[in-house]
Ligand binder design. Structure first.
Ligand SMILES: [Zn+2]
Length: 108
């Protein structure tokens, strides 16, 4: 099947993984990573290409890519924003399951 792929997404995903290896977010769950991806991609130009089972059929030149420094700057910005205001509560997070008793509403 022919697929539309956004090369910017590939680049951003890689940049995010690199960033997460170096920096610790308060929550790095799948939900937060998706939020970071969405936020970053909305701020960068999309670069779509056509692929067939992973094979790239439409080749455009690498100068069409957003430059790495800009990608990383946007990733860092989105990480800081999501880290400061995660879009889920602590209870929703798979990684933060401790001390959630007071948030269940049963403590009154
Ligand atoms: Zn999270």
């Amino acid at each position: 099947m022919y697929e539309l792929k956004n090369h910017t997404e590939t680049v951003v995903r890689q940049a995010l993984q690199d960033y997460l290896k170096r920096s610790k977010l308060r929550c790095g769950c799948e939900r937060c990573q998706s939020d970071i991806m969405a936020m970053t991609l909305n701020r960068l130009p999309a670069r779509y290409y056509v692929s067939l089972r992973g094979e790239i059929l439409t080749q455009w030149e690498s100068q069409a890519l957003p430059d790495q420094a800009r990608v990383m700057a946007e990733v860092v910005r989105a990480c800081q924003q999501v880290d400061a205001t995660p879009s889920h509560t602590a209870n929703d997070s798979v990684s933060i399951n401790e001390n959630n008793n007071s948030e269940n509403g049963y403590n009154q």
